[in-house]
Design a protein around this ligand. Sequence first.
Ligand SMILES: [Zn+2]
Length: 360
Amino acid sequence: MTNVPNAGSGLVFGPQIDTAGSAARFSVSALGLQFQGEQADIVVPGWSALRWRKGGFNDAQLLVEWTTPEGAFSLSVGDPASQSALLAHLPGAMQETTRPSRATRTASNSMIFLLVLLPIVVIGLIVWQADRLIDWAVSNIPVETEIRLGREAFAQQRQGLAILENHPGLPMLRQIGARLTGGSPYPYEFHIARDEAINAFAMPGGFVVVHTGLLASADSAEELAAVVAHEVQHVERRHGLRGLVHAAGWRAVLSLVLGNTGGSIAGSWVENLGDLRFSRSQETDADLEGVKALVRADIDPRGMVAFFARLAKDPSHLPALLSSHPASTERMTAVRAALPKDRAYPPLPYDYHRLRGAAK
Ligand SMILES: [Zn+2]
């Protein structure tokens, strides 16, 4: 309180005063507000009869108003020292001076919004819209870019695989694959790898690998075809690409949308391949689209139900296919329900038990 000034200056308005206001000096005391000089005659009631508010641009002006028998007067004060001289006495102003002014509060609220809330809002929007953003990115990555990326990723992946170029089942696998991928924009490659794990996988761009363990476990070419149809749909529906986009980060995604596959981008994507897991809905999607593809190719789709049922009831080994492709009764039920009724299919023309290779 000791440093509060007891005088100040401003513009006074009122009857008999120019509409632009008149520069005025004033002093303040517990008794009241007293004008000096040529405005000394202006009658000002006691502090309790004064009204005041902040006004003007950014609330930078203090406006004190009062009424006398002559009419309404006001005093507009801009400079902070003069304002604090008045605010030390104005009714209700003491709490106000110990708090930031409305202008300051507005400004600091804005800063809080910018620094804290805005990022939260933006992140919230991104999370909320993440699926749509990923869908957008995935649908905007050119097929050629995806194929280049997949080829690069598969080249790395195959170093760890025992690819069998002369497996007796390879022509069968490729013929079945060709029937299931007619009209696709992807240049499919079908491979057999020596691996006892009952598994098959597909990489973006159309690289499908079937393990010898899966060939041995399936009991007919139709069952093999069902697995191939399922894997192909992961490629066609870009499930793997979607997972990679999700994992790769936005910088990589944007450069891919722009058709760029720098080595570092592909490298970081390939690192993520091992972690790729499809969602349950993607698995169901691949099942149901796979059934449609089998029907289009005139291959009996009941092989899908038969093969998954066989895997599900075989506890002798952990089927890798099921761990990377979680099975569920709902999935099986959905596949069964999707099978066309009363439709016959010619059997696939292969001696499957001979072509699947020696059982391990
Ligand atoms: Zn799958």
